[in-house]
Design a protein around this ligand. Structure first.
Ligand code: FE2
Length: 401
Protein backbone atom coordinates (compact mmCIF):
# COMPACT_ATOMS: atom_id res chain seq x y z
CA UNK A 1 0.00 0.00 0.00
CA UNK A 2 1.42 3.38 -1.04
CA UNK A 3 0.72 6.42 1.14
CA UNK A 4 1.53 10.06 0.31
CA UNK A 5 3.13 11.66 3.36
CA UNK A 6 4.15 15.26 4.02
CA UNK A 7 7.90 15.69 4.56
CA UNK A 8 7.55 16.68 8.24
CA UNK A 9 5.54 13.48 9.00
CA UNK A 10 8.17 11.09 7.64
CA UNK A 11 9.78 8.90 10.34
CA UNK A 12 12.67 6.46 10.66
CA UNK A 13 11.58 2.94 9.72
CA UNK A 14 9.38 4.13 6.81
CA UNK A 15 10.17 2.85 3.33
CA UNK A 16 10.44 5.59 0.72
CA UNK A 17 8.87 4.42 -2.53
CA UNK A 18 9.17 7.73 -4.37
CA UNK A 19 10.11 11.31 -3.76
CA UNK A 20 7.89 13.94 -5.37
CA UNK A 21 9.57 16.64 -7.41
CA UNK A 22 12.79 16.86 -9.38
CA UNK A 23 15.85 14.89 -8.27
CA UNK A 24 17.58 18.27 -7.96
CA UNK A 25 15.30 19.04 -5.01
CA UNK A 26 16.69 16.25 -2.85
CA UNK A 27 20.06 14.64 -2.11
CA UNK A 28 19.12 10.97 -2.64
CA UNK A 29 20.49 9.17 -5.68
CA UNK A 30 18.02 6.36 -5.09
CA UNK A 31 14.34 7.07 -4.79
CA UNK A 32 13.48 3.74 -3.10
CA UNK A 33 15.06 3.00 0.25
CA UNK A 34 14.44 2.34 3.92
CA UNK A 35 14.89 5.38 6.13
CA UNK A 36 17.16 3.72 8.65
CA UNK A 37 19.32 6.46 10.10
CA UNK A 38 18.90 9.93 11.50
CA UNK A 39 21.27 11.52 8.96
CA UNK A 40 18.98 10.38 6.10
CA UNK A 41 15.93 11.70 7.92
CA UNK A 42 17.64 15.06 8.51
CA UNK A 43 18.39 15.20 4.78
CA UNK A 44 14.70 14.63 4.02
CA UNK A 45 13.71 17.43 6.42
CA UNK A 46 16.33 19.78 4.92
CA UNK A 47 15.37 19.04 1.26
CA UNK A 48 13.10 21.12 -0.99
CA UNK A 49 10.65 18.22 -1.32
CA UNK A 50 7.14 18.63 0.14
CA UNK A 51 5.77 15.09 -0.17
CA UNK A 52 7.11 11.54 -0.28
CA UNK A 53 5.36 8.33 -1.23
CA UNK A 54 5.79 5.71 1.49
CA UNK A 55 5.38 1.96 0.90
CA UNK A 56 3.48 0.81 4.01
CA UNK A 57 4.10 -2.86 3.27
CA UNK A 58 7.90 -2.52 3.40
CA UNK A 59 8.29 -0.37 6.51
CA UNK A 60 6.34 1.58 9.09
CA UNK A 61 2.78 2.17 8.00
CA UNK A 62 2.22 5.95 8.21
CA UNK A 63 -1.50 5.40 8.75
CA UNK A 64 -0.90 3.22 11.81
CA UNK A 65 2.25 4.50 13.43
CA UNK A 66 3.52 7.98 13.96
CA UNK A 67 6.43 7.32 16.26
CA UNK A 68 7.76 10.21 18.23
CA UNK A 69 11.41 10.39 17.21
CA UNK A 70 12.33 11.28 20.79
CA UNK A 71 10.64 8.16 22.14
CA UNK A 72 13.00 5.49 20.85
CA UNK A 73 16.07 6.70 22.73
CA UNK A 74 19.06 4.84 21.33
CA UNK A 75 21.29 2.86 23.62
CA UNK A 76 24.23 4.64 21.99
CA UNK A 77 22.89 8.00 23.23
CA UNK A 78 22.97 6.98 26.89
CA UNK A 79 26.04 7.39 29.07
CA UNK A 80 27.91 4.08 29.60
CA UNK A 81 27.34 2.22 32.89
CA UNK A 82 29.92 2.57 35.65
CA UNK A 83 31.94 -0.54 36.65
CA UNK A 84 29.65 -1.10 39.65
CA UNK A 85 26.50 -0.66 37.54
CA UNK A 86 27.89 -3.14 35.01
CA UNK A 87 28.28 -5.79 37.72
CA UNK A 88 24.72 -5.18 38.94
CA UNK A 89 23.44 -5.38 35.35
CA UNK A 90 25.39 -8.58 34.73
CA UNK A 91 23.60 -10.18 37.69
CA UNK A 92 20.17 -8.87 36.62
CA UNK A 93 20.66 -9.91 32.99
CA UNK A 94 21.76 -13.43 34.05
CA UNK A 95 18.52 -13.81 36.03
CA UNK A 96 16.47 -12.42 33.16
CA UNK A 97 18.00 -14.97 30.79
CA UNK A 98 17.30 -17.81 33.25
CA UNK A 99 13.66 -16.77 33.72
CA UNK A 100 13.17 -16.25 30.00
CA UNK A 101 14.62 -19.66 29.20
CA UNK A 102 12.21 -21.40 31.61
CA UNK A 103 9.24 -19.46 30.16
CA UNK A 104 10.20 -20.25 26.56
CA UNK A 105 10.75 -23.95 27.44
CA UNK A 106 7.21 -24.08 28.91
CA UNK A 107 5.68 -22.43 25.86
CA UNK A 108 7.61 -24.60 23.42
CA UNK A 109 6.67 -27.73 25.38
CA UNK A 110 2.97 -26.83 24.97
CA UNK A 111 3.60 -26.39 21.25
CA UNK A 112 5.36 -29.76 21.09
CA UNK A 113 2.35 -31.42 22.73
CA UNK A 114 0.06 -29.80 20.17
CA UNK A 115 -1.59 -27.42 22.67
CA UNK A 116 -2.40 -23.80 21.86
CA UNK A 117 0.38 -21.64 23.26
CA UNK A 118 -0.32 -18.99 25.89
CA UNK A 119 1.55 -15.96 24.69
CA UNK A 120 0.03 -13.58 27.32
CA UNK A 121 2.42 -14.86 29.94
CA UNK A 122 5.36 -13.94 27.70
CA UNK A 123 4.58 -10.21 27.81
CA UNK A 124 6.41 -9.61 31.14
CA UNK A 125 9.36 -11.67 29.84
CA UNK A 126 9.68 -9.48 26.74
CA UNK A 127 9.38 -6.42 28.97
CA UNK A 128 12.18 -7.69 31.25
CA UNK A 129 14.47 -8.45 28.29
CA UNK A 130 13.64 -5.05 26.83
CA UNK A 131 14.60 -3.26 30.04
CA UNK A 132 17.92 -5.09 30.22
CA UNK A 133 18.63 -4.20 26.57
CA UNK A 134 17.87 -0.54 27.25
CA UNK A 135 20.27 -0.44 30.23
CA UNK A 136 23.17 -2.04 28.33
CA UNK A 137 22.51 -4.27 25.30
CA UNK A 138 26.06 -5.70 25.22
CA UNK A 139 25.65 -7.34 28.65
CA UNK A 140 22.50 -9.37 28.00
CA UNK A 141 23.59 -10.17 24.43
CA UNK A 142 26.95 -11.44 25.66
CA UNK A 143 25.22 -13.78 28.13
CA UNK A 144 22.68 -14.95 25.56
CA UNK A 145 25.54 -16.00 23.27
CA UNK A 146 26.72 -18.56 25.83
CA UNK A 147 24.38 -21.45 25.13
CA UNK A 148 24.93 -25.13 25.52
CA UNK A 149 23.87 -27.31 22.60
CA UNK A 150 20.86 -28.56 24.58
CA UNK A 151 19.46 -25.16 25.39
CA UNK A 152 20.22 -23.66 21.97
CA UNK A 153 16.66 -23.49 20.65
CA UNK A 154 15.29 -21.78 23.77
CA UNK A 155 18.11 -19.30 24.29
CA UNK A 156 18.21 -18.57 20.56
CA UNK A 157 14.62 -17.30 20.91
CA UNK A 158 15.62 -15.11 23.87
CA UNK A 159 18.65 -13.77 21.98
CA UNK A 160 16.64 -12.99 18.83
CA UNK A 161 14.08 -11.17 21.02
CA UNK A 162 16.86 -9.03 22.55
CA UNK A 163 18.54 -8.40 19.17
CA UNK A 164 15.23 -7.39 17.53
CA UNK A 165 14.44 -4.96 20.37
CA UNK A 166 17.90 -3.44 20.15
CA UNK A 167 17.65 -3.11 16.36
CA UNK A 168 14.14 -1.62 16.50
CA UNK A 169 15.33 1.04 18.96
CA UNK A 170 18.34 1.88 16.79
CA UNK A 171 15.98 2.32 13.85
CA UNK A 172 13.92 4.74 15.94
CA UNK A 173 10.74 2.63 16.04
CA UNK A 174 8.33 3.50 18.84
CA UNK A 175 8.27 1.57 22.10
CA UNK A 176 4.92 -0.21 21.61
CA UNK A 177 6.04 -1.49 18.22
CA UNK A 178 9.47 -2.39 19.63
CA UNK A 179 7.83 -4.64 22.26
CA UNK A 180 5.70 -6.27 19.56
CA UNK A 181 8.82 -6.92 17.49
CA UNK A 182 10.54 -8.37 20.59
CA UNK A 183 7.62 -10.75 21.14
CA UNK A 184 7.84 -11.78 17.47
CA UNK A 185 11.53 -12.56 18.02
CA UNK A 186 10.74 -14.67 21.08
CA UNK A 187 8.12 -16.71 19.20
CA UNK A 188 9.73 -16.91 15.74
CA UNK A 189 11.05 -20.47 16.04
CA UNK A 190 8.13 -22.13 17.84
CA UNK A 191 7.70 -24.35 14.76
CA UNK A 192 11.02 -26.03 15.66
CA UNK A 193 8.95 -28.01 18.17
CA UNK A 194 7.44 -29.86 15.22
CA UNK A 195 10.90 -31.12 14.23
CA UNK A 196 12.04 -34.39 15.85
CA UNK A 197 14.91 -33.93 18.34
CA UNK A 198 17.01 -36.41 16.41
CA UNK A 199 17.07 -33.96 13.49
CA UNK A 200 17.35 -30.79 15.61
CA UNK A 201 20.39 -32.05 17.48
CA UNK A 202 22.00 -34.12 14.74
CA UNK A 203 25.73 -33.45 14.89
CA UNK A 204 26.16 -34.07 11.16
CA UNK A 205 24.88 -32.79 7.84
CA UNK A 206 21.17 -33.35 7.28
CA UNK A 207 19.95 -35.43 4.34
CA UNK A 208 17.42 -34.00 1.85
CA UNK A 209 14.34 -35.41 3.70
CA UNK A 210 15.58 -34.04 7.01
CA UNK A 211 16.24 -30.67 5.38
CA UNK A 212 12.69 -30.66 4.05
CA UNK A 213 11.37 -31.22 7.59
CA UNK A 214 13.50 -28.32 8.84
CA UNK A 215 12.36 -26.06 5.99
CA UNK A 216 8.80 -26.68 7.08
CA UNK A 217 9.25 -25.20 10.57
CA UNK A 218 8.18 -21.63 9.68
CA UNK A 219 4.87 -22.94 8.32
CA UNK A 220 4.39 -25.26 11.32
CA UNK A 221 5.13 -22.38 13.66
CA UNK A 222 2.67 -20.16 11.81
CA UNK A 223 0.01 -22.88 12.19
CA UNK A 224 0.68 -23.14 15.94
CA UNK A 225 0.56 -19.36 16.48
CA UNK A 226 -2.54 -18.95 14.28
CA UNK A 227 -4.36 -21.42 16.51
CA UNK A 228 -3.41 -19.45 19.64
CA UNK A 229 -5.13 -16.28 20.78
CA UNK A 230 -3.58 -12.83 21.16
CA UNK A 231 -0.75 -13.35 18.66
CA UNK A 232 0.02 -10.19 16.66
CA UNK A 233 0.21 -9.99 12.87
CA UNK A 234 3.88 -9.05 13.32
CA UNK A 235 4.63 -12.28 15.20
CA UNK A 236 2.79 -14.38 12.57
CA UNK A 237 4.66 -12.59 9.77
CA UNK A 238 8.10 -12.99 11.42
CA UNK A 239 7.43 -16.64 12.24
CA UNK A 240 6.48 -17.48 8.64
CA UNK A 241 9.12 -15.37 6.86
CA UNK A 242 12.28 -15.30 8.97
CA UNK A 243 14.08 -17.68 6.58
CA UNK A 244 13.15 -15.86 3.37
CA UNK A 245 15.95 -14.06 1.49
CA UNK A 246 16.00 -10.82 -0.50
CA UNK A 247 16.85 -12.65 -3.76
CA UNK A 248 13.91 -15.05 -3.39
CA UNK A 249 15.96 -18.17 -2.62
CA UNK A 250 14.83 -18.57 1.00
CA UNK A 251 12.09 -20.78 2.46
CA UNK A 252 9.28 -21.74 2.82
CA UNK A 253 7.81 -19.60 0.00
CA UNK A 254 10.86 -18.25 -1.88
CA UNK A 255 9.46 -14.73 -1.59
CA UNK A 256 11.52 -11.88 -3.04
CA UNK A 257 12.63 -8.93 -0.87
CA UNK A 258 9.91 -6.65 -2.22
CA UNK A 259 7.28 -8.98 -0.73
CA UNK A 260 8.93 -9.12 2.69
CA UNK A 261 7.90 -6.76 5.47
CA UNK A 262 10.36 -4.64 7.41
CA UNK A 263 9.90 -6.98 10.39
CA UNK A 264 10.61 -10.13 8.39
CA UNK A 265 13.79 -8.54 6.99
CA UNK A 266 14.87 -7.49 10.49
CA UNK A 267 14.24 -11.00 11.83
CA UNK A 268 16.31 -12.71 9.16
CA UNK A 269 19.40 -10.64 10.10
CA UNK A 270 18.94 -11.18 13.87
CA UNK A 271 18.20 -14.91 13.44
CA UNK A 272 21.27 -15.65 11.31
CA UNK A 273 23.60 -13.49 13.43
CA UNK A 274 22.65 -15.33 16.63
CA UNK A 275 22.83 -18.72 14.93
CA UNK A 276 26.33 -18.24 13.52
CA UNK A 277 27.74 -16.68 16.70
CA UNK A 278 26.37 -19.45 18.96
CA UNK A 279 27.61 -22.93 19.70
CA UNK A 280 25.40 -25.23 17.63
CA UNK A 281 25.35 -29.02 17.33
CA UNK A 282 27.04 -28.97 13.93
CA UNK A 283 29.19 -25.85 13.94
CA UNK A 284 31.68 -23.89 15.98
CA UNK A 285 30.66 -20.27 16.60
CA UNK A 286 32.05 -17.33 14.69
CA UNK A 287 33.15 -14.22 16.51
CA UNK A 288 30.67 -11.33 16.31
CA UNK A 289 32.97 -9.08 14.26
CA UNK A 290 33.76 -11.91 11.83
CA UNK A 291 30.06 -12.83 11.49
CA UNK A 292 29.18 -9.22 10.64
CA UNK A 293 31.96 -9.05 8.06
CA UNK A 294 30.67 -12.20 6.33
CA UNK A 295 27.01 -11.21 6.57
CA UNK A 296 27.80 -7.86 4.92
CA UNK A 297 29.21 -9.81 1.98
CA UNK A 298 26.31 -12.23 1.45
CA UNK A 299 24.83 -10.72 -1.69
CA UNK A 300 21.07 -11.27 -1.98
CA UNK A 301 20.53 -12.71 1.49
CA UNK A 302 19.75 -9.68 3.66
CA UNK A 303 18.50 -6.15 3.20
CA UNK A 304 21.85 -4.26 3.26
CA UNK A 305 20.31 -1.23 4.97
CA UNK A 306 19.05 -3.42 7.78
CA UNK A 307 22.49 -5.03 8.10
CA UNK A 308 23.98 -1.53 8.47
CA UNK A 309 21.40 -0.59 11.12
CA UNK A 310 22.06 -3.92 12.87
CA UNK A 311 25.82 -3.29 12.98
CA UNK A 312 25.13 0.15 14.41
CA UNK A 313 22.75 -1.35 16.99
CA UNK A 314 25.42 -3.73 18.29
CA UNK A 315 28.24 -1.18 18.33
CA UNK A 316 30.54 -3.89 16.93
CA UNK A 317 33.03 -3.10 14.18
CA UNK A 318 33.13 -5.87 11.55
CA UNK A 319 36.49 -7.47 10.80
CA UNK A 320 38.17 -5.48 8.03
CA UNK A 321 36.89 -2.06 9.19
CA UNK A 322 39.50 0.71 8.81
CA UNK A 323 39.86 2.74 12.01
CA UNK A 324 42.03 5.58 13.28
CA UNK A 325 43.29 4.98 16.81
CA UNK A 326 44.00 7.59 19.49
CA UNK A 327 47.57 8.33 18.34
CA UNK A 328 46.30 8.91 14.77
CA UNK A 329 47.78 5.74 13.32
CA UNK A 330 45.52 3.59 11.12
CA UNK A 331 44.49 0.10 12.09
CA UNK A 332 42.32 -2.64 10.73
CA UNK A 333 39.79 -4.46 12.92
CA UNK A 334 40.77 -8.12 13.32
CA UNK A 335 38.27 -9.27 15.95
CA UNK A 336 36.81 -8.38 19.31
CA UNK A 337 37.52 -8.93 22.99
CA UNK A 338 35.96 -12.25 24.08
CA UNK A 339 34.68 -10.69 27.31
CA UNK A 340 33.08 -7.63 25.70
CA UNK A 341 32.34 -7.74 22.00
CA UNK A 342 32.07 -3.95 21.77
CA UNK A 343 35.84 -3.65 22.34
CA UNK A 344 37.64 -4.39 19.06
CA UNK A 345 41.03 -5.94 18.50
CA UNK A 346 42.91 -4.31 15.69
CA UNK A 347 46.22 -4.28 13.85
CA UNK A 348 48.05 -0.98 13.38
CA UNK A 349 49.70 -0.91 9.94
CA UNK A 350 50.02 2.72 8.82
CA UNK A 351 51.05 6.06 10.29
CA UNK A 352 50.90 9.57 8.83
CA UNK A 353 54.72 9.83 9.24
CA UNK A 354 55.91 6.43 8.07
CA UNK A 355 53.04 5.35 5.84
CA UNK A 356 53.15 1.62 5.08
CA UNK A 357 56.62 1.34 6.69
CA UNK A 358 54.94 1.48 10.08
CA UNK A 359 55.61 -1.87 11.82
CA UNK A 360 52.51 -4.01 12.40
CA UNK A 361 51.24 -3.85 15.97
CA UNK A 362 48.32 -5.86 17.38
CA UNK A 363 46.28 -3.91 19.92
CA UNK A 364 43.12 -4.32 21.99
CA UNK A 365 40.84 -1.36 22.53
CA UNK A 366 40.03 -0.91 26.23
CA UNK A 367 37.86 1.20 28.47
CA UNK A 368 40.82 2.17 30.63
CA UNK A 369 42.12 5.69 30.54
CA UNK A 370 45.45 5.69 28.73
CA UNK A 371 44.52 2.53 26.81
CA UNK A 372 43.86 2.21 23.09
CA UNK A 373 40.67 3.80 21.81
CA UNK A 374 38.99 4.31 18.44
CA UNK A 375 39.32 7.93 17.30
CA UNK A 376 37.30 7.41 14.11
CA UNK A 377 36.02 5.02 11.48
CA UNK A 378 37.74 5.87 8.21
CA UNK A 379 36.77 5.56 4.56
CA UNK A 380 39.56 3.53 2.84
CA UNK A 381 39.21 5.57 -0.38
CA UNK A 382 40.02 8.78 1.55
CA UNK A 383 43.42 7.22 2.37
CA UNK A 384 44.14 6.00 -1.14
CA UNK A 385 43.40 2.30 -0.52
CA UNK A 386 41.52 1.50 -3.75
CA UNK A 387 40.99 -2.25 -3.31
CA UNK A 388 40.37 -2.27 0.41
CA UNK A 389 39.06 -5.84 0.52
CA UNK A 390 42.33 -7.17 -0.85
CA UNK A 391 44.54 -4.79 1.10
CA UNK A 392 42.80 -5.62 4.36
CA UNK A 393 43.09 -9.36 3.76
CA UNK A 394 46.82 -9.01 3.08
CA UNK A 395 47.39 -6.99 6.25
CA UNK A 396 45.37 -9.37 8.43
CA UNK A 397 47.20 -12.44 7.17
CA UNK A 398 50.69 -10.88 7.28
CA UNK A 399 52.84 -12.05 10.20
CA UNK A 400 53.59 -9.40 12.83
CA UNK A 401 57.00 -9.20 14.52
FE1 FE2 B 1 13.94 -20.65 12.20
Amino acid sequence: MLVRVAKQDVRLGMYVHAIEGSWMDHPFWRSRFLLSDQAQLDQVFASNVDYLVIDATRGLDPTQFSPDPEQGAKAQDRPPLSARERITELRKATNTIKRSKVAVMGLFEDARLGKAVQTDSMGPIVEEISQSVSRDPAIILNIAKLKTKDEYTYLHSVAVCALMINLARTMGLDEALTQEIGMAGLLHDVGKMAIPETILKKPARLDEDEMETVRNHPQRGHDILSASSGVSETALDVCLHHHEKMDGTGYPKRLPGKSLSLFARMSSVCDVYDAVTSQRPYNTPWSASHALQLMQGWEGHFDPEIVDAFIESLGILPVGTLIRVNDDRLAIVTGESPSDFTLPRARIFYSPDRGHDEPLLDIEVSRNRGGWSVAGIEDPSDWGFPDWKRTSRTIITRKSH
